[in-house]
Design a binder for this molecule. Structure first.
Ligand code: TXA
Ligand code: MG
Length: 343
């Protein structure tokens, strides 16, 4: 899928000069790697067919998978979306800027290429100061999918973005490590008081319940989509977040995990375990945190690290699928192509 290198990708610092340069590039129709609090995004003018087409090409992304549009000020929302329920304003009040994407009926200004042919648009106000500054300085709404090559784990550091996009995009702003580490929670509105979570992320079910009467978790979050089955969010259909290494999610206690892994050793096999674990294993172990928030923060970097190590396969300790752990679990079952072992 890798194309020939076409351009030099410049690394910009997240200071006024760097962000100004990035804003100029975006105004000229170029693509820029943008740090957000969730993951790095691949940003361009959301209302430009040409610039958005470049995003799809750079990522190798299926054309029917819509992009999230990023704003920095509430006044922009009604310019992009229609029929905005009162509940959306309450959620925005609580969770924006932050890791929540809300889906609305789109206004005509949103090109079909941005919405993946749907009549809706997902909008988010990110919390990273460099992202907010970039959006404001460009004066535009920015379409930004995660900055990885389609199907690969999302980037949570500037170096990940460069690894995937060097030579394909104009610049990357180095805004440091992403604090959350998994993507935003994507929701749609069932009615004036009910939201449906289409993708779990940085804002949890419990947090949403503080503002909405009812929160539905879409079944596709924890289950594989069968061929031809209708989905509410096109991203649910595709295999995602997968390193080259085979990922196997192993659910159960630690001693059973060790027994299973030790019975299935081979060349270049690794284990991804919680902090403090690793003893009793006959393969090298990498730790990815001691609670769900840390696991979210570290997951994608650890999966990428497996490829750096040349891992053939990695057995992963399953996180608790609650709170932000639901997002970690959702990413892992997809990275594993739904290969989940109960021990
Ligand atoms: O945290 C994030 O959301 C990051 C940062 C960069 O903001 N962005 C991100 O974008 O994760 P992406 O394109 O990798 O994932 C967006 C997901 C996809 O699964 C897509 O199908 C879904 O959101 N989505 C976007 N617009 C939608 C819409 N109008 N209707 C249903 N699903 C939508
Ligand atoms: Mg993505």
């Amino acid at each position: 899928m890798r194309r020939e290198k076409k351009m030099e990708t410049i690394l910009l610092s997240a200071d006024a000069a760097g962000i100004e340069k990035a804003a100029e590039l975006i105004k000229n129709g170029c693509l820029v790697g943008m740090p957000t609090e969730t993951v790095y995004g691949l940003a361009a003018d959301a209302l430009s067919d040409e610039a958005v087409a470049e995003i799809f090409t750079a990522k190798g992304r299926p054309a029917d998978n819509p992009l999230i549009v990023h704003i920095a000020d509430m006044e922009k929302l009604p310019e992009l979306a229609e029929d905005i329920p009162e509940l959306a304003y309450r959620l925005a009040e609580r969770f924006w800027p932050g890791p929540l994407t809300m889906i609305f009926k789109k206004k005509d200004c949103i090109p079909h290429i941005t919405s993946g042919g749907l009549d809706t648009v997902g909008v988010r106000m990110p919390a990273h100061p460099a992202a907010l500054e970039l959006i404001r300085r460009s004066g535009l709404a920015l379409a930004a999918p995660s900055g990885n090559v389609s199907g690969y784990p999302s980037p949570t550091k500037a170096e990940h973005m460069l690894r995937d996009m060097n030579g394909r995009i104009a610049a990357v702003i180095d805004g440091g490590e992403c604090s959350v580490g998994v993507e935003s929670t994507v929701i749609c509105f069932e009615n004036d008081s009910t939201v449906r979570i289409l993708r779990p992320g940085g804002i949890t079910e419990d947090q949403l319940s503080e503002a909405a009467d009812k929160v539905i978790i879409d079944p596709a979050i924890l289950n594989d989509i069968q061929e031809g089955q209708a989905v509410r969010s096109p991203g649910m259909k595709y295999q995602h977040y997968s390193p080259a290494a085979r990922v196997v999610l192993v659910e159960g206690g630690y001693s059973d995990f060790c027994r299973y892994v030790n019975e299935n050793v081979g060349d270049n096999i690794y284990a991804l375990v919680f902090d403090g674990e690793g003893g009793g294993l006959s393969v090298p172990a990498v730790c990815y945190g001691c609670d769900e928030a840390q696991q979210a923060h570290m997951l994608f970097a650890c999966l990428r690290d497996m490829d750096e190590k040349g891992a053939e396969a990695v057995y992963v300790r399953a996180p608790e699928p609650h709170g932000i752990g639901l997002a970690v679990y959702n990413r892992l079952i997809r990275a594993a192509g739904f290969e989940v072992i109960q021990v």
